[in-house]
Design a protein around this ligand. Structure first.
Ligand SMILES: [Zn+2]
Ligand SMILES: [Zn+2]
Length: 337
């Protein structure tokens, strides 16, 4: 079976204006996951939020139908949008089940977050909030590991870019993270303030994930300036949440969504990412409920509460709308348009 890594990025190729793209590429090598974490969980590890009662297939199908009225069909792509450049097939919930997706096994129900390198105070706060939100979103226990230095990255895996130090993303994923994925980890997500690049011909990359190895790294270097004030902080936080949840969704075999406006929509630019919703569409909510066992209603309540706490009003309102729709008796729901 081919190994898939996803490179998600706003990237520029050397000598060209900003080329905004996100692509699936084939990984050339696999690195076996290590059964023992070398990095101990920090004292600030978040409390478990795992949803103990996994819904049945029938219950998940009911949830999808309950949420379908709030699903918004995608409009025709604009020039330069992801869907204008790449044609991907739609996938329903039943097609997802048939795809033998990667799910959170009973012995792999922790989502590990690895801070890498130094962070400004605001960016460190975004790391902590992202870790918290990943737990809310996926219904898995999140463990934030102690920060790990990037000083050991060899010279041939880094360079000086126009914005400062850049590190070869594949080195972090395949050499630093993949061998360290704990045995009980569904995924190990690295977050860094340092700019990344996927290969010498690229100017930079947002992040890279090796789905087979259950490891990925994402940079916050180009997601805004959270130290500049509350508005800038919220913008950087929201972008980081979108990228972290989108990429972690891929780790559970959710492909790009072309049915609805959805967190799993492919994005070809930071502008397109800004237009993507934070949450999943009805079909992808069902897929996630199957993959992690998350209770859809409890998940929405957590997302609503998180977004309210952190000033993400539009996102909180969307979660409230979904919850209201789920609360309606089936006979009174709006017919899907
Ligand atoms: Zn993607
Ligand atoms: Zn979707």
């Amino acid at each position: 079976m081919e190994l898939k890594s996803e490179i998600s990025q706003i990237a520029t190729r050397t000598g060209r204006a900003r080329l905004l793209t996100m692509a699936l590429v084939l990984a050339l090598s696999a690195i076996a996951a290590c059964s023992t974490p070398r990095t101990a969980p920090s004292p600030s590890s978040s409390a478990p939020v795992s949803d103990s009662s996994r819904a049945s297939l029938e219950e998940i199908r009911q949830t999808i139908e309950a949420l379908r009225p709030v699903g918004v069909a995608l409009a025709a792509p604009q020039p330069g949008d992801w869907r204008e450049r790449f044609t991907e097939p739609p996938q329903t919930f039943d097609e997802y089940l048939a795809s033998e997706p990667s799910v959170a096994r009973n012995d792999r129900r922790k989502l590990y977050v690895q801070p890498l390198g130094e962070f400004s105070p605001a960016r460190r706060k975004i790391v902590d909030l992202t870790a918290e939100f990943l737990g809310d979103y996926f219904g898995l226990e999140v463990v934030t590991l102690q920060p790990r230095s990037l000083d050991t990255v060899p010279f041939d895996s880094q360079r000086e870019g126009v914005t400062g130090r850049q590190i070869l993303a594949g080195y972090i994923v395949d050499r630093m993270l993949a061998p360290e994925v704990p045995a009980d980890g569904a995924v190990l997500v690295g977050l860094t303030d340092v700019d990344l690049y996927p290969e010498p011909s690229w100017n930079f990359v947002f992040g890279v994930a090796n789905l087979k190895a259950r490891a990925g790294v994402w940079s916050m270097a180009r997601l805004g300036f959270p130290d500049d004030g509350p508005g800038s902080f919220r913008q950087s936080l929201l972008r980081t949440l979108k990228i972290a949840t989108h990429e972690t969704g891929h780790a559970f075999s959710l492909p790009h969504c072309v049915l609805y406006r959805c967190s799993m929509n492919g994005s070809n630019s930071l502008d397109e990412t800004d237009k993507c919703p934070l949450d999943l569409c009805p079909e992808c909510t069902g897929k996630l409920a199957w993959a992690t066992g998350v209770n859809a209603r409890a998940r929405l309540e957590r997302i609503e509460a998180f977004c309210k706490r952190n000033g993400l009003r539009s996102e909180a309102a969307l979660a409230s709308t979904s919850l209201a729709e789920m609360a309606k008796p089936a006979m009174t729901r709006t017919a899907p348009g």
